[in-house]
Design a binder for this molecule. Structure first.
Ligand code: PNS
Length: 163
């Protein structure tokens, strides 16, 4: 079975992420979405909440599985039996960080490769932090996140508490 691992913070999942998830799920037999647990970042949504949002927006994709991980990404890839890490590339500004991440991971585990999918231009400017900021001011996020999670994002962002 060909598995791919799509890791990230997903705080919260955006339409840009979802576009990558749809396209990546067609490239592999099973797509594992790895939600980073112990980030140094303060998150708006807890790990369990981020998983729940992802489960809801991928409910129509039978070959997608959501898991959480802490520690090294390559260790997560080994644990879940995949040699392929998938990342989205939005703009040239992402490139330096993504290249460093991919090359570091390759040095740590030469048997694991990173594959980049270029983000649909429609979502090239989009990030979870932009969504959090707009939602915190009550702005319109309907073009940025799936409709079924919009209320959850507004509720959390307006309270402004982080976890
Ligand atoms: O959505 P993000 O925040 O851009 O995702 C970043 C992520 C989760 C891919 C990255 O922080 C990560 O892989 N973290 C796990 C620790 C690790 O393995 N770091 C890479 C070696 S530098």
């Amino acid at each position: 079975m060909r598995r791919g691992l799509y890791p990230g913070s997903f705080d919260p999942v955006t339409l840009g992420h979802l576009d990558i998830i749809h396209r990546a799920s067609e490239l592999v037999d099973e797509l594992i979405i790895g939600v980073l647990k112990n980030s140094t970042k303060r998150n708006l949504f807890s790990t369990e909440e981020r998983i729940d949002l992802l489960k809801r927006v991928t409910a129509d994709l039978p070959n997608v599985r959501i898991i959480s991980f802490d520690g090294l990404l390559v260790d997560c890839a080994v644990e879940y039996g995949t040699h392929t890490i998938i990342r989205g590339l939005r703009a040239v500004t992402d490139f330096e960080y993504e290249l460093q991440l991919a090359q570091t991971n390759k040095r740590l585990r030469p048997d694991i490769d990173t594959v980049f999918l270029t983000t649909n231009v429609e979502y090239a400017y989009l990030s979870s932090s932009i969504v959090r900021e707009i939602a915190s001011y009550g702005g319109d996020i309907s073009h940025f996140v799936p409709q079924c999670i919009m209320d959850d994002v507004y509720k959390k962002a307006k309270r402004g508490e982080t976890v």
